[in-house]
Design a protein around this ligand. Structure first.
Ligand code: SF4
Length: 453
C-alpha cells in the first residue's frame, strides 16, 4: 500500500515499501457449538496458513488454522471458501474447541483511494485513562472495578475485561475494600463519595477538561446563575457534570429546550459537554445568545481540543470523498459528532464502524477515514488494510497534537509510595518524584499492544 504524507498521529512517515498488505483478507462467521452467537470477524491468511485474526471479544492475535479436509488449500482466491476445523493461538489451547469456522466472504473492498484524517483516534484524556487503568491492573490483583466504561470503545473495554477488570454502572456494587477506578467521563460527586466510602483505593481518571466544566458549573451556581448545559441526555459526562449543581442547571439538547425554560430572572450562563459537534453547539449558542443577550460563557467553548481538531481534519476531506468511515463506538459522543460533521459538509455516504469487520463491500472511489478519540489506531490500520486502496493512502493533517495529561494525582502518589517501599526493601535511594517524562513516552497503544499480539 502506498502511503503519502507525514502522519503526526503515528509520528512517522510511512514507507510504502515497508507496508505490505496481507495476502488474503477473509471475513468468517464463527459457528461454535459452545457459543453459537459469537461471530468471528476477520481472518487474514498468509500463504503459509499462519494467520492472525481479530475477534470482537479477544482482540487480534496470531493463530494457526487446522484443516484436515482433502480439499484444504494453503491459499484462497477471492470468492473461494473453505471450512476450518480449529483456530489455535500460539502456545495456548485452541481458541475454540469443537468449533466450525466457515469462511463466508473472501474479498478486499478495493477502493481507489483513502484520505486519512489527522488528528484522529486517542486524545490525551483517553491516553491518561487507559494508562491509569493499566496501572491499576498491575498493582492490584483482580478484580479491579471500574465505574462505567473507562472510555467508550468496545475493543478497549474487552481488553481490560480480559485482565479481570469488572465494569459496573452502580458504584454500590463495589465490595468493601476493593480498588475502584472512575471513568474518563467524570463522575457525580455522590458517586465519588460512595466509592471512597467502600474503603478501597479510588482513582479518578476524569479528563481535566471535563473537570474544568465541573468547576465552571460550580462557580456559576454559587454566584446565582441559571446554567444552560448543552449536552446529551443520559451521557455519562452530562450526568456527571449536571450532578455538580443540579439545582442550577438545565439540560439543553434543542432550541425547544431553550424555549421551554420559561422565565428566570437570570443571570444566565452557557456551558457544554466537551464532545459535541461544533455545528450543533454553535446553533444552540446563537439561539441562546439571541434569547438571553447577557448570557455568560467561557472565553473558549467547552468543546475540547481533541473534539474540535478531529472535526476540523474531517471537514477538510469529507466533502470530496465518496464515503466517510468513522471508526468508533456508537456510545462515543465525539465519534457520533464526527459523523454529523461529515453529513453536514455534504458527504453522501457516512458510516460509523466498530472495526474493519463492519465495512460494507460496495465502497468505491475515494474514502475518507477518521477515528473517534477513544478508538485505537490498530482498528484504523485494520480498516486501511481492508479498504486496500489501489492508489494508496494520503494523510491530511490540520494540526499536531502534543497535549499530555499526567496520571491522576492519587495514582501518582500510590506509585511514588510503592516505589519508595521497593527502594527501602532493596536498600536503594528512595524515589522522590514521579517520572513524568517516562510516562509521557509510554502510550496507551503500548498498553493495548498485548491485545493485538
Ligand atoms: Fe478529554 Fe476531550 Fe479526550 Fe474527552 S475527548 S477525554 S474531554 S480530551
Amino acid at each position: 500500500m502506498v502511503v503519502t504524507g507525514a502522519d503526526p498521529v503515528k509520528d512517522r512517515r510511512v514507507d510504502a515499501e515497508t507496508e505490505r498488505l496481507p495476502s488474503v483478507l477473509v471475513i468468517v462467521t464463527l459457528r461454535a457449538r459452545s457459543s453459537p452467537s459469537r461471530r468471528m470477524t476477520k481472518v487474514t491468511l498468509s500463504p503459509s496458513i499462519s494467520c492472525w485474526y481479530s475477534m470482537m471479544s479477544l482482540g487480534s492475535r496470531p493463530f494457526t488454522l487446522t484443516n484436515s479436509s482433502p480439499t484444504a488449500k494453503s491459499t484462497l482466491e477471492a470468492g473461494e471458501s473453505m471450512e476450518i476445523e480449529e483456530i489455535r493461538a500460539p502456545d495456548t489451547r485452541p481458541a475454540y474447541e469443537e468449533s466450525q469456522f466457515v469462511i463466508t466472504r473472501l474479498d478486499f473492498v478495493n477502493v481507489d483511494k483513502v484520505v486519512l484524517a489527522a488528528p484522529r483516534g486517542f486524545c490525551a484524556g483517553v491516553e491518561k485513562a487507559i494508562k491509569a487503568l493499566d496501572w491499576m491492573t498491575r498493582v492490584f490483583a483482580p478484580p479491579v472495578f471500574c465505574y462505567h466504561e473507562i472510555v467508550h470503545n468496545q475493543f478497549v473495554v474487552d481488553y481490560f475485561k480480559s485482565l479481570g477488570v469488572v465494569f459496573i454502572d452502580d458504584v454500590t456494587l463495589v465490595p468493601p475494600g476493593a480498588p475502584v477506578m472512575l471513568s474518563a467521563h467524570g463522575s457525580p460527586p455522590e458517586v465519588i463519595e460512595a466509592a471512597r466510602q467502600s474503603g478501597g483505593t479510588v482513582i479518578d481518571a476524569v479528563c481535566p477538561l471535563v473537570t474544568k466544566v465541573h468547576h465552571e458549573l460550580k462557580v456559576r451556581a454559587r454566584k446565582g446563575y441559571t446554567v444552560l448545559y448543552v449536552g446529551h441526555q443520559g451521557h455519562e459526562e452530562a450526568v456527571g457534570t449536571m450532578a455538580v449543581a443540579p439545582q442550577s442547571v438545565h439540560l439543553i439538547e434543542s432550541t425547544e429546550d431553550i424555549d421551554a425554560l420559561g422565565t428566570f430572572a437570570g443571570p444566565f450562563a452557557l456551558l457544554s459537554q466537551t464532545t459535541l459537534s461544533l455545528d450543533e453547539w454553535q446553533d444552540l449558542r446563537e439561539y441562546a445568545e439571541a434569547k438571553f443577550p447577557d448570557i455568560w460563557m467561557p472565553n473558549r467553548s467547552d468543546l475540547c481540543f481533541a473534539t474540535t481538531n478531529r472535526q476540523a481534519a474531517l471537514r477538510t476531506i469529507a466533502a470530496e470523498a465518496d464515503a466517510v468511515i468513522v471508526i468508533g463506538s456508537a456510545n462515543s459522543s465525539n465519534t457520533v459528532a464526527l459523523t454529523k460533521v461529515a453529513e453536514a459538509v455534504g458527504c453522501a455516504r457516512v458510516l460509523r464502524v466498530n472495526g474493519a469487520f463492519e465495512l460494507p463491500d460496495d465502497l468505491r472511489g475515494t474514502v475518507a477515514v477518521t477515528a473517534g478519540a477513544s478508538a485505537p489506531e490498530s482498528l484504523v490500520n485494520e480498516v486501511l488494510d481492508a479498504l486496500n486502496p489501489t492508489e494508496g493512502v494520503t494523510i491530511t493533517s490540520v494540526t499536531v497534537e502534543d497535549e499530555y495529561f499526567p496520571p491522576p494525582p492519587e495514582l501518582r502518589e500510590m506509585l511514588k509510595t510503592l516505589s519508595a517501599l521497593l527502594d527501602l526493601a532493596l536498600g536503594t535511594p528512595a524515589a522522590s518524584s514521579f517520572d513524568g517524562e517516562a510516562d509521557r513516552r509510554f502510550t496507551a497503544a503500548e498498553v493495548l499492544s498485548a491485545a493485538n499480539r
